[in-house]
Design a protein around this ligand. Structure first.
Ligand SMILES: NC(=O)c1ccc[n+]([C@@H]2O[C@H](COP(=O)([O-])OP(=O)(O)OC[C@H]3O[C@@H](n4cnc5c(N)ncnc54)[C@H](OP(=O)(O)O)[C@@H]3O)[C@@H](O)[C@H]2O)c1
Length: 255
């Protein structure tokens, strides 16, 4: 076995929001390192396309249409993964939403609930279900949450999203502290501005884009494929003594 072991051979991963953007890159990155992958998202066609991309790498893959805001669908996601792929070793909580753009006092109750239910409550529920699946095989596992630099530095335009992503950073620590006893590690990535559909309103806004580029030590915004390496690290034995951590992937913007 190599000293720095990034292999995921024989492991099974669930990736929410795996059909496009950062989640798709993460699913492909995990598969490149040997994992079989269950991908979850709402729209069936992009989900099926991403499943085919994982299979083209020679791994087993399934697509499970899932709205993470529905807990019965989260339960079905874990059940189908165990039935079709045999077990759960890795969970990547990547799906998220930010339906409101504007100052925090204009964020109404319904939108606040959608943000919290998608970005925080669903992560809590699915992590609990994945933990139970990991306890069933007794070999531990790795859970990775996708937060944001918005969870570290306050946003004036997507403030509710900032609050939800800050909650994920603490959820990472609480779960890590509680579940370490069972060999379940929990870590988190905090991307900066990445060129995906999700963030289009930000990177297409000339002022926001210019500010992001100017602030980043690398003087550019990120690409979705640049997020996968850190997730492979957290998922694999290469990070076997690391838990409760949040790694910032922002081109040096917060430095
Ligand atoms: N892009 C950035 O600049 C940036 C920066 C920091 C953090 N992040 C974080 O990175 C993660 C991925 O974002 P992204 O930029 O890759 O977004 P994206 O390209 O819009 O992809 C979002 C994915 O999540 C799925 N999804 C959305 N709502 C869902 C729901 N309710 N249930 C199940 N799946 C759902 C989408 O598929 P369906 O629509 O078909 O469900 C899609 O697969 C998010 O947690 C986001 O907060 C992004």
């Amino acid at each position: 076995m190599p000293i720095a072991d990034f292999s995921l051979d024989g492991k099974v991963a669930i990736v929410t929001g795996g059909s496009r953007g950062i989640g798709r890159s993460i699913a492909l990155g995990l598969a490149e390192h040997g994992a079989d992958v269950a991908l979850a998202a709402r729209k069936p066609d992009p989900l099926a396309a991403a499943v085919e991309e994982v299979r083209a790498l020679g791994r087993r893959a399934i697509g499970v249409p899932t709205n993470v805001r529905r807990s019965e669908e989260l339960r079905r996601l874990v059940e189908e993964t165990e039935r079709e792929l045999g077990r759960v070793d890795i969970l990547v909580n990547n799906a998220a939403t930010t339906p409101h753009f504007g100052p925090i006092h204009e964020l109404d109750e319904a939108a606040f609930d959608v943000i919290m239910n998608t970005n925080v409550k669903a992560v809590h529920i699915l992590s609990n279900l994945a933990r139970e699946a990991m306890l069933r095989h007794g070999q531990g596992g790795s859970i990775i949450h996708v937060s944001s630099i918005g969870g570290i530095r306050a946003s004036e335009v997507i403030g509710g999203y900032s609050v939800s992503k800050a909650a994920l950073i603490m959820l990472t620590q609480v779960q890590a502290k509680t579940w370490g006893v069972d060999g379940i590690r929990v870590n988190c990535i905090a991307p900066g501005l990445i060129k995906t559909e999700f963030a289009r309103a930000l990177w297409e806004d000339e002022k926001i884009h210019r500010q992001a580029v100017a602030e980043a030590a690398l003087h550019r915004i990120g690409e979705p494929d640049e997020m996968a390496g850190a997730v492979v690290y957290f998922a694999s034995r290469a990070s076997s003594f690391v838990t409760g951590q949040t790694l910032v992937l922002d081109g040096g913007r917060l430095v």
